[in-house]
Write a protein that binds this ligand. Structure first.
Ligand SMILES: Nc1ncnc2c1ncn2[C@@H]1O[C@H](COP(=O)(O)OP(=O)(O)O)[C@@H](O)[C@H]1O
Ligand SMILES: [Mg+2]
Length: 279
């Protein structure tokens, strides 16, 4: 039996008002519990695709099913409980006076009982490690912490699917890993994660599968190792695999190994074994 689908995009074409077609005949099935990366050059259509999945924009042709419902038939409020989205720039999403109010806003709009709201806010803040600064004015926080406030506000809605649209842009190394680690923990806790990012090393480390978009069409879709093993294809959408994979792509076949090298830890292991054998 096939696994249940979180997202089923069928023959999606999307044309913006003004007649620019940003997505052409896209097909994508995401199973529940996946950690999918979406990559592609600027303007490839990544954000448009995830906006479609959240229901913010409706297909011009084709359809998008989210957890069994057609986005054309579900209202924004109902969708916000199914899918949450963390945008690239946290500052466009922040508006409340305190961290706590920011996180409580969504559940308050759902008109949940007061105790339920409090418990969700508490849980979400603990999740991202911000429970001690709940009274702080969000704009005064570091960029990494501001992003965490947005993640907490999405979590408080308890959506099954969580989308990150370039959450690491403008974050330092530590901020990047903190954010993506939260995504991984959420994935391990059962959430379906879709992450758009330009950081290929993060894709290699965290995503099990990658969708590659090029000029509004699907260029590749497959396990991360397979996708990064095809640098000539990736070049069409101006993507270079992570350095570790580039090194591996040359070395791997010489060593008689299959697939692509994605993680530094794996490289260490292989090289260590190889050196051991030869000395
Ligand atoms: N509101 C809009 N109106 C018209 N064209 C748009 C709009 N938003 C995005 N586009 C165009 O659609 C294409 C895809 O954009 P987008 O999905 O944001 O790409 P990505 O996220 O991959 O950088 C781009 O060429 C962009 O200029
Ligand atoms: Mg984008």
């Amino acid at each position: 039996m096939s696994k249940e689908l979180a997202v089923d995009v069928k023959n999606l074409t999307y044309t913006y008002p003004g007649d620019f077609t940003a997505l052409r005949d896209i097909n994508l099935k995401v199973e529940k519990g996946e950690f999918l990366g979406i990559i592609g050059q600027n303007g490839a259509g990544k954000s448009t695709l995830v906006k479609g999945i959240t229901g913010l924009i409706k297909p011009t042709k084709g359809e998008i099913m989210v957890l069994g419902d057609n986005t054309k038939e579900v209202g924004i409020a109902e969708m916000s409980v199914k899918v949450g989205m963390v945008l690239q720039n946290p500052d466009n999403q922040l508006f409340a006076q305190t961290v706590e109010d920011e996180v409580a806003f969504g559940p308050e709009n759902l008109e949940l009982p007061e105790e339920e709201i409090e418990s969700r806010v508490q849980k979400a803040l603990e999740y991202v490690g911000l429970e001690d600064i709940r009274d702080v004015f969000p704009p005064s926080l570091s960029k990494g912490d501001r992003a965490k406030v947005i993640i907490a506000s999405v979590l408080a809605m308890e959506p099954e699917i969580i989308i990150f649209d370039e959450p690491t842009t403008g974050q330092d190394f530590r901020g990047c890993h903190q954010i993506v680690n939260v995504a991984r923990e959420l994935n391990e806790a059962g959430h379906t994660i879709i992450m758009i990012t330009h950081h290929m090393a993060l894709v290699a480390e965290y995503c099990s599968r990658v969708l590659v978009l090029c000029q509004g069409e699907v260029l590749m879709d497959g396990p991360t190792g397979e996708v990064f093993g095809k640098p000539e294809e990736l070049a069409k959408t101006h993507i270079v695999p992570p350095q570790i994979t580039v090194m591996g792509n040359n070395l791997w076949s010489e060593l008689g190994l299959d697939g692509a090298l994605l993680k530094v830890e794996k490289a260490k292991e292989v090289i260590r074994n190889k050196v051991k054998v030869e000395t």
